[in-house]
Design a protein around this ligand. Structure first.
Ligand code: DGT
Ligand code: CA
Ligand code: CA
Ligand code: ZN
Length: 599
């Protein structure tokens, strides 16, 4: 059961990333000091795979795997063998002798390689079929507390964390679901290039995670089209095939549903299967008051029993007396009333975005977190290609261990000089890019202090602050921690505020009323981090921020230059939170944003 990779040849990016992280963990157990660089290399490769916008296996098929930054040549060679034969002798060797259970236990938030190893050994569950269940049992019987180093506190923490492990089925991250949908749509268009196909469900609503992928097809030949759909060459199996819908299963337990309709009722189909369920329920109630019933074919007049079809969604909503509602806000949180009153918000759009406010370059200021993989020059060039006017370099602060105040200041001074130099050259070398802000992502310590000496701040245009440790403080302490950090005039942006990692870690809790109030009054900014595994601030809180009048920024948290394209996912979150152009400072002109950020 341990290694899927020698069982199945189709390995998804998520599985591959997990395998690479397991190898890093194995190296940790087998000598952390000795294997330091290998551990970093495997963790980096796992990150790179997780952020790929195509399947690693496909890249390998096309001979492009070695071009991916973050995957070094030696790992590429092992992956080569893995994709060719379904296994890797080297990986087997590294994993040999380690308890299979430890890799299962590492899925629990807060359990790292060493703890997992220790628990597997001490509890005698090294080869248990269901290590998590065994761990739960041992917690209940008090066995864990008796292991050296595990007091009652860690026992309570573990209980809570185990509850956070998502059972088996993980939901798909939005970019991955988008990718799957794009590939299936491409396949469908092979049958007929003019075929109309659109995403439905949570994918069309751009939810941060997607349960299954739903597609709509407009066609007069449903049987033929659905038959072609279930013939999709990369499916694992067909689930079902009916007259107006069909489903297939892809590798990694990804289900794709297709619904077809003739063009004359395609608008109704789109509306019906875009959901959300709650939006549709509320819409149905409204329709009932007008004497109508709704389904995927159209709108039925309950008196005359006559059914009216709709080619487009716009006409469908019009027939119910309202404006067309953008899919992102179809969640039954007031959008129907707003549409009836012609008061829908003019949502921010990717076209409005003039810059990216969280980017990590490879400029080394000796941080304890991860560096970016691309140089300042490479990133500036990419920003210019994207048509941006400004960006911010936000490397992590220099680590506290190994640096005194003087050496920290020296590093920050050097970075300032590099950014200044680049800024001077922009006029000559760039088309749209006018300014690079010299920023820094600073850890907020548990007591709210910032590990940067006062003189260090003088070298910054502004700072982002974020939480990277002590995630389990109570709500009150957390709130005060943030308030404390943002007393400093240079701290302008609260980055990835809840610290959530989708499918892995729940966010921390704050008293948001207090924070938003403070941020509004002190004109500080809350980030919507566009990294698809974060999407943090979550959409629900974006809506709150909008209501409070708190401004937000978008940052891709780029560590590889290719991630700069993730901006669209951040914009989706903003739209789902009803944010308009003026709510997002990345839509402001350079002059205006300088006034907000530089104090
Ligand atoms: P997901 O897949 O869990 O991320 O969420 P959705 O919203 O994509 O849900 P899904 O795939 O179950 O269904 C797609 C949409 O179709 C859903 O938002 C509401 C709409 N819908 C309308 N009628 C039905 C129905 O009878 N069954 C289901 N499952 N959905 C329906
Ligand atoms: Ca779905
Ligand atoms: Ca579905
Ligand atoms: Zn961060």
């Amino acid at each position: 059961m341990l290694y899927y990779y020698n069982v199945r040849k189709v390995i998804t990016n998520t599985e591959l990333a997990e395998l690479l992280r397991d190898i890093a963990a194995a190296y940790k157990i087998k000598g952390e000091k000795k294997n330091r660089f290998r551990i970093i290399a495997y963790e980096r490769a796992a990150d790179a795979v997780e952020h790929l916008s195509s399947e690693a296996k496909d890249l390998w098929d096309e001979g492009k795997l070695m071009d991916v930054s973050g995957i070094g040549p030696s790992i590429t060679a092992h992956l080569d063998e893995l994709f060719k034969t379904g296994k890797s002798k080297h990986f087997d060797e590294v994993l040999k002798g380690l308890p299979p259970a430890m890799f299962e236990l590492m899925k629990v938030p807060g359990i790292g390689a060493k703890t997992a190893y220790k628990l597997s050994k001490e509890l005698g569950i090294a080869k248990a079929k269901n290590a998590l269940r065994e761990l739960k049992k041992s917690l209940r019987s008090g066995r864990v507390a008796r292991i050296e180093g595990f007091g009652e506190i860690s026992e309570q923490r573990l209980e809570k964390s185990i509850g956070e492990v998502k059972k088996g089925e993980k939901r798909l991250l939005l970019p991955y679901a988008t990718l799957v949908a794009d590939e299936v749509m491409k396949w469908l268009k092979k049958l007929n290039t003019g075929l109309e196909v659109h995403p439905l469900g949570s994918l069309r609503r751009k939810a941060s995670t997607v349960g299954d992928v739903d597609l709509a097809i407009s066609t007069k030949k449903p049987v033929e089209v659905l038959h072609h759909f279930v013939d999709y060459p990369r499916k694992l199996r067909k689930i079902e095939e009916g007259p107006s819908s069909a489903s297939i299963m892809l590798p990694g337990n990804v289900q794709v549903d297709a619904m077809v309709s003739p063009p004359r009722s395609y608008g109704a189909l789109l509306q019906h299967f875009t959901g959300s369920k709650h939006h549709n329920i509320a819409l149905r109630e409204h329709a009932l008051k007008m004497g109508f019933s709704l389904n995927e074919k159209g709108i039925k007049n309950l008196k005359t029993k006559k059914m009216k079809n709709f080619e487009t969604e716009v006409e469908f909503y019009e027939a119910l007396g309202m404006e067309w509602i953008p899919p992102e806000i179809r969640e039954d949180t007031g959008e129907i009333q707003a549409a009836l009153n012609n008061k829908l918000p003019d949502l921010v759009d990717i076209k409005d975005i003039k810059g990216d406010l969280q980017i990590h370059s490879s400029f080394d200021i000796e941080t304890s977190h991860d560096l970016g993989q691309n140089s300042m020059d490479e990133i500036a060039k990419r920003a210019d290609e994207l048509g941006y006017e400004y960006i911010a370099f936000t490397e992590h602060n220099p680590s506290q261990s190994g640096h005194n105040e003087r050496s920290m200041i020296e590093l920050l001074k050097r970075k300032r000089e590099a950014v200044d130099k680049l800024n001077y050259s922009l006029v000559k070398t760039m088309k749209s890019l006018k300014k690079i802000f010299n920023s820094l992502e600073i850890d907020i310590m548990p007591n709210g202090e910032l590990p940067v000496p006062e003189t260090g701040f003088d070298y910054l245009d502004f700072a982002l602050c974020s939480i990277h440790s002590s995630f389990r403080q109570n709500k009150k302490d957390m709130t005060n921690r943030v308030l404390n950090a943002f007393k400093h005039p240079k701290t302008r942006i609260f980055a990835h505020p809840t610290t959530r990692i989708l499918n892995k870690r729940e966010g921390v809790e704050f008293d948001w009323g207090v924070l938003f109030d403070f941020f509004k009054k002190s004109k500080k900014i809350v980030e919507i981090n566009a990294d698809p595994i974060r999407l943090d601030l979550p959409d629900i809180l974006v809506r709150e921020a909008v209501k409070f009048g708190v401004k937000m920024s978008l940052g891709t948290d780029t560590h590889y230059v290719t991630s700069m394209g993730n901006m669209v996912f951040g914009v989706s979150v903003a739209r789902r939170g009803w944010a308009k152009k003026r709510d997002i400072i990345n839509t402001y002109s350079l002059e205006e944003i300088e006034k907000i950020l530089i104090q």
